[in-house]
Design a protein around this ligand. Structure first.
Ligand code: ME8
Length: 648
């Protein structure tokens, strides 16, 4: 057993929407890696979590009519939220960080101050462009065709007093790190970083905002909140106890052995993150691995395109291990891959049901049939055919380790399935059913069965990081007992001679491709139609009763000058004094359509100023996203209800 440590992280997910299969991809890969290192005897720390601040969340929460914290709570902790998804996918993370956790918030304030005190953060003026969906600042020269270089969307002008991080100071060290070490993999990503970001000259980075409040306040200048990427990247150290007392694992686990990240956030992890660590005087992570994307019909899966694939649906239908296996077996980790239901079902059928499942069930059935479930103690010697199989199984661990150590999950599985294919062929070649006809072949038959069971055992030990639950079932069926360790997979012949097997359920049922494709089609379109956000955490009836929601009549409605969004309403709320409310619904209604209508408004919200005008309350509307578009309708009530009536 080694006591060496291994610290692995996933990106922390942005809980602006429910996670999709693309998000599950990286976490499943990281989980396989963490389990593999544990199998090897390493002391593993596997961290994942959620990145919960920023303007996008603030906007989404306000559209949903809840506070940002309530909004993120519902997606992180709520039913079918982030935590539930990781539980479902059998993710074995040791720690889960939320950037709204108190210890993280306090640590970020200290980290910011430390970089300010050492002169790496200074106050200046930000003039540039901002991409709201990516929460990224860009200079004019970094834009591609005037648009965000990451996502290709429109950017907006931004100018304000802000704090800056002296990224430029670290340009040479970062270039050296990228070009002369194997810090960033795959290597193709190095050229991308150097050509696109280092060559044009690294500029200082704007690291605070004043235009919204949902972030961690700079404690010595509270109008500013810390730029969300400074907050998010630091999770990798705050979750170990850096600048906080919640944990005390920095010495033990830092630096990270590997950060797994999607390719679009490699820039943050391979340029900004090492520069921050240099500024803090901390060692750098050993590696950043930028994996590819799961594509759907050739494009990135994203909620705004309305083309996401729901991992719940697939895991519940085919089993968690089948889904995990597909993600790890089908796509090379460093490149993009196209997701399709056909590919998923075909993998389940060929590799799991036909190759592995069949090998296990045929072998176990034969041991039961020919030896009443228990092998004898003495066998005949090995023949060349046996040696071919046992040689392949005996050397599998080495080939597998080489692939796993370079994060080539697909190839590691490829090595295992070569041996499984060899074992299935071995059954056809040795024809145990013919051997069984003659008592004189009993020792030969026992040898064949033993070779098969032992091959299955070795393959199953090495499959544990990928399909852990199924492996336990296979171990149970082949009578592996406690012989499931890494050491036991290094040599052929560890299984005791008189091993006993047990018939069990079919581990990987075959899937009817045609029928399933039809079903999935139906289910997915049904899901799209019902694309409703999660239910928020409960509130008490007393809290609800504090909301004063009234029936109002629209006395007048007009556009607000210079605003594309706002309509100005004058309402009869039954009090006899006209009430003015501004509402951002100009995109959905023409003012004349709303004259005289009976609507609902919450009256006891704090007054707000918008475009210099007072707004005293909020009109209630129904909001829904469909195909990436937001649809909104005002709540209209029966005209016979008098103004001023309370809704309860
Ligand atoms: O980027 N295929 O969060 P996020 C593969 N909060 N990976 C995909 C994918 C797809 N179709 N779609 C998304 C963030 N991902 C930040 C991280 S870390 C300090 C902060 C991956 O929820 C994506 O590449 O937008 C990224 O690595 C991860 O999901 C989280 O994305």
């Amino acid at each position: 057993m080694s006591n060496e440590k291994f610290y692995i992280t996933t990106p922390i997910y942005y809980p602006s929407d429910k996670l999709h299969i693309g998000h599950a991809y990286c976490t499943v890969c990281a989980d396989a890696m963490a389990r593999y290192m544990r199998l090897r005897g390493f002391d593993v720390m596997f961290l994942t979590g959620t990145d919960e601040h920023g303007q996008k969340i603030e906007d989404k929460a306000s559209a949903a009519g809840v506070s940002p914290k309530e909004f993120v709570d519902s997606i992180v902790e709520g039913p079918r939220g982030v935590r539930d998804l990781w539980k479902l996918m059998n993710i074995s993370n040791d720690r889960f960080i939320r950037t709204t956790d108190d210890y993280h918030v306090a640590a970020i304030q200290k980290i910011f101050r430390k970089m300010y005190d050492n002169g790496d953060i200074y106050k200046g003026k930000y003039v540039g462009k901002y991409c709201k969906p990516c929460e990224s600042f860009w200079t004019e020269s970094q834009l591609v065709d005037g648009k965000c270089p990451d996502c290709g969307r429109e950017v907006q002008d931004a100018e304000e007093e802000a704090y800056f991080f002296r990224l430029s100071k670290y340009a040479d060290r970062i270039r050296d790190l990228l070009e002369n070490t194997d810090f960033l993999e795959p290597r193709s990503r190095v050229h991308e970083m150097v050509n696109n970001f280092i060559e044009p000259g690294l500029e200082d980075l704007c690291v605070s905002r004043t235009s919204f409040t949902w972030g961690i306040p700079v404690d010595f200048d509270p109008g500013h909140v810390v730029y969300v990427w400074i907050d998010a990247l630091s999770n990798y150290i705050t979750a170990l106890g850096y600048m906080n007392d919640k944990y005390d694992d920095m010495d033990k686990y830092w630096p990270a052995d590997v950060h797994f990240v999607g390719k679009e956030i490699v820039r943050f992890h391979s340029i900004i993150w090492p520069a921050m660590l240099m500024s803090l005087g901390l060692p750098l992570p050993k590696k950043v691995y930028g994996h590819g994307w799961l594509l759907l019909d050739g494009g990135k899966m994203s909620k705004s395109k309305g083309n996401v694939v729901d991992p719940y649906l697939l895991a519940e239908r085919y089993g968690v291990d089948a889904l995990r296996f597909f993600l790890l077996r089908e796509f090379p980790f460093g490149s993009d891959g196209n997701f399709s239901n056909e590919a998923l079902i075909s993998r389940i059928n060929t590799d799991l049901a036909n190759s592995l499942g069949n090998l296990v069930s045929r072998t176990v059935s034969m041991v039961i049939k020919y030896f009443d479930g228990r092998l004898p103690e003495s066998y005949g010697g090995q023949e060349p055919l046996d040696q071919e199989l046992t040689g392949a199984a005996g050397s599998l661990r080495g080939a597998y380790q080489q692939q796993m150590d370079s994060y080539s999950f697909q190839s590691a599985l490829g090595e295992i399935f070569k041996v499984i294919a060899r074992a299935n062929k071995f059954i056809d070649e040795t024809e145990p059913w013919r051997l069984a006809k003659d008592e004189a072949n009993r020792e030969r038959l026992a040898r064949v069965m033993y070779d098969l069971l032992e091959t299955i055992r070795i393959c199953t030990v090495l499959l544990k990081p990928f399909i852990p639950d199924s492996c336990q079932k296979i171990f149970g069926q082949i009578g592996a007992g406690s012989l499931t360790s890494w050491d036991s997979a290094g040599e052929f012949g560890a299984l005791p001679a008189d091993t006993a097997v047990q018939k069990g359920d079919v581990i990987f049922p075959r899937v009817d491709m045609e029928q399933e494709l039809r079903e999935l089609e139906k289910l997915t379109s049904h899901q799209e139609e019902n694309n409703v956000p999660p239910v928020l955490p409960e509130v008490s009836i007393d809290d609800f009763a504090k909301c004063d929601i009234r029936v109002c009549k629209v006395l007048s409605c007009e556009n607000v000058k210079k605003s594309e969004k706002l309509l100005k309403f004058t309402l009869d709320d039954g009090s006899g004094v006209p009430r003015q409310i501004l509402s951002g619904i100009a995109k959905y209604y023409k003012p004349e359509e709303l004259m005289g209508k009976t609507v609902a408004a919450i009256l006891n919200l704090p007054a707000r100023k918008m475009m210099g005008l007072d707004s005293n309350g909020m009109l209630l509307s129904a909001v829904r996203e469909s195909g990436g578009q937001e649809e909104l309708r005002l709540i209209m009530l029966d005209d016979s209800i008098p103004a001023g009536s309370r809704l309860c």
